[in-house]
Design a protein around this ligand. Structure first.
Ligand code: SAM
Length: 280
């Protein structure tokens, strides 16, 4: 079968987060055939290209030149170019530059293709053992204490596993702030994923905070925080609720409302309501 050139468009291309082998065949193929590779740091991407024999021209696309070069890139896409966007590691746009380019490319009618692959957030979540049915990716917290606290207060209400990126020097302080604002939840620090010194350390936020305060780690870090624990319903709160509800409706109605409000089994709420009605 003839090897067709890739369709023109912007290819958002994931690259390894440490282990160079973590790249897809498709990513290597398109990187080789593209007209241009947009790199967060051309020197970083040069290493990947050297490893896979990719000789495609590279040019920088990062926070400092993005606004200036974006219109030229969009023009190239409109003219039918095949352009890959890569970041230094992982999936572009995930705490990395690129979303405005994707937005403008789409607005200009260009095709945008994801070339999926590694992302540190998903790699950490996949091996942390935290509930994974619902998660909130919070990216980097602000470095300053006040702003970080405000951000954590907003996030504290999220009923899901939380994923943060953090730098090694700030890890201890960030974990301590999380313990005091999110509550002392179970958590996992995932460090140097896919690299020689990969490490998963689990514990409560406060235990991890003190461990890392005494021995600041090296390398790249993802923090995975378990969701808030469901509070066990307090029996006296349920009874007070039921008494009020029994004044307005039947045992069945009161029990249904209590079960819903306190997330307790209907059977249990019904039995309590019956007892209270009998006692009243
Ligand atoms: N776009 C990337 C991705 O998809 O994961 C993330 C880029 S962000 C600028 C860099 C941060 O990702 C690091 O500071 C660290 O928090 C996390 N990270 C990247 N590679 C990692 C690795 N191998 N192990 C642990 N965390 C990593």
């Amino acid at each position: 079968m003839k090897d067709l050139p890739p369709e023109p468009g912007l290819y958002v291309t994931a690259t390894p987060i440490g282990n160079l082998a973590d790249i897809t065949y498709r990513a290597v193929d398109i990187l080789k055939k593209a007209d241009l590779i947009l790199c967060e740091d051309t020197r970083q991407t040069a290493k990947l290209c050297a490893a896979y024999g990719v000789e495609t021209p590279r040019s920088p696309y990062h926070d400092h030149n993005a606004a200036k070069v974006r219109p030229e890139i969009i023009k190239k896409l409109q003219d039918g170019a095949v352009i890959c966007l890569v970041s230094d590691a992982g999936t572009p746009l995930i705490s990395d530059p690129g979303y405005k380019l994707v937005r403008d490319a789409r607005d200009a009618g260009a095709a945008v293709f994801p070339l999926p692959g590694p992302s540190a957030a998903i790699a950490a979540l996949s091996a942390a053992g935290a509930p994974s049915d619902r998660f909130f990716f919070a990216g980097f917290l602000p470095p300053k204490q006040g702003a970080r606290g405000k951000e954590l207060e907003k996030i504290a209400k999220v009923d899901a596993t939380l994923i943060f990126y953090e730098t090694a020097p700030r890890l201890g302080d960030a974990l301590a702030a999380m313990a005091s604002i999110l509550g002392d939840r179970r958590s996992v620090v995932a460090r140097e994923l896919t690299k020689l010194h990969e490490e998963f350390r689990q514990g409560t936020l406060s235990d991890l905070a003190s461990a890392y305060k005494d021995a600041p780690p090296k390398g790249e870090i993802v923090i995975v925080v378990f969701p808030p624990e469901e509070k066990a319903a307090d029996a006296s709160d349920v009874d007070a609720f039921l008494k009020a509800a029994l004044g307005e409706g039947s045992v069945k109605e009161a029990a249904a409302a209590a079960a819903e409000t306190f997330s307790i089994p209907r059977k249990e709420a019904y039995a309590r309501a019956l007892k209270l009605k009998g006692a009243g």
